[in-house]
Design a protein around this ligand. Structure first.
Ligand code: PBG
Length: 345
């Protein structure tokens, strides 16, 4: 420092003892002085292209049932889901992820791999009405099983290997309905491999897999389970989803899923796991998504309804933080309201 400062004319007001690179030579506030400057030097920018809009599809027609714990989110019948997808497309959001909520549930979640199941019907209707929308299907059995677990239950727990076959069958039936991407969220070991094999064997070798690779056993999914009617009827999901105390294990899960053929990976939830997202982004040379989950959304809405926080400002701050932490795309219930704000202010 001393060397450099002695080589330049620092001006009469600057003492030789003032090192460059420190106050008062450097003032970080200079670049914050106007909206224009702030825009110029902004490191992270959001666009509607960053978002994936989750949608819940129910049986019936003309149905739009509000989800109490998620203000602004509705369960939609197929005709209504098409309307929402049109609106999503008009906002330049490139993708939706669908969750089927069937009337009929059974032990083996047969509605998940029924060619005429609720998700399959929704995919067909959406692809027909809005062909350019990227339709991602959540691939799990929990919305379809009577016990609410993500696979076949044997001896009080989810049996891993017998579940794989059903997941592969579900993937094939979703792809056959026209799904552009399948997104396994069950956390069974070996599911990406089984799903890839199933898809390839049926001519869907070009259908990508977005794996919920690092999915935690999180209390933040509470409101989703109301929306998807998928709460486990006994026990919890801690023997298949990850322990929230773990970080390194997420990297292992990502490595395994990539080795099995995942095309994209996801970290879920987002906010309490931004460190994990950052680490996954550093090691994975594929697109990395983050799921800004139902509980994260519900907290913002609840506090904002009470006037305790500025909901829009908090929403944008949260979405920026997820992108800054490394997300290439964000699955978020805020997608459309954030896109509107980004487009029209
Ligand atoms: C299905 C699934 C869940 C979520 C996405 N897919 C619930 C769960 O694992 O219990 C949660 C999404 C959210 O909370 O917004 N397995």
């Amino acid at each position: 420092m001393r060397q450099y400062s002695s080589q330049i004319d620092a001006g009469p007001h600057r003492s030789d003892a003032t090192p460059l690179g420190a106050f008062p030579t450097v003032r970080a506030r200079r670049l914050r002085g106007s909206a224009g400057l702030r825009t110029l030097v902004r490191e992270t920018s959001l666009t509607p292209h960053d978002f994936i809009q989750p949608l819940f599809v129910v049986e019936g027609a003309s149905r739009r049932e509000p989800v109490d714990s998620m203000p602004g989110v509705d369960q939609l019948s197929v005709d209504e889901v098409v309307r929402d997808v049109r609106e999503t497309a008009e906002l330049h959001i490139p993708a939706v992820i669908l969750f089927g909520v069937p009337n009929h549930k059974d032990e083996t979640g047969s509605g998940a791999y029924d060619h005429d199941g609720i998700a399959q019907r929704a995919v067909r209707a959406i692809k027909e009405a809005v062909p350019n929308m990227v339709v991602i299907t959540d691939l799990c059995l929990c919305e379809y099983t009577s016990h609410g677990h993500c696979g076949i239950v044997e001896n009080g727990t989810v049996a891993n290997d017998p579940t794989l076959e059903l997941l592969a069958a579900t993937a094939v039936s979703q792809a056959a309905a026209g799904a552009d991407v399948v997104a396994p969220s069950d956390m069974m070991d070996g599911r990406v491999r089984a799903i890839r094999a199933g898809l390839d064997a049926h001519g869907f070798e070009n259908t990508p897999i977005l794996s919920y690779a690092a999915k935690y056993a999180s209390a933040f999914y509470g409101p989703f389970r109301e929306a998807a009617q998928s709460a486990p009827q006994f026990g919890d999901r801690r023997d298949y989803q990850m322990d929230p105390a773990n970080g390194r294990e997420a990297l292992h899960e990502v490595e395994l899923d990539l080795a099995e053929g995942a095309d994209m990976v996801m970290v879920k939830p987002a906010l309490a796991f931004l460190d994990v997202l950052w680490r996954v982004k550093q090691m994975a040379n594929v697109p990395v998504g983050a799921y800004n989950v139902s509980g994260e959304y519900a907290m913002v809405k609840a506090a904002s309804e009470r006037g305790w926080i500025d909901g829009n400002a908090i929403m944008m701050e949260i979405l920026h933080s997820i992108k800054r932490a490394g997300a290439d795309f964000i699955l978020t219930y805020h997608a459309r309201e954030a896109a509107r704000l980004l487009t029209w202010g």
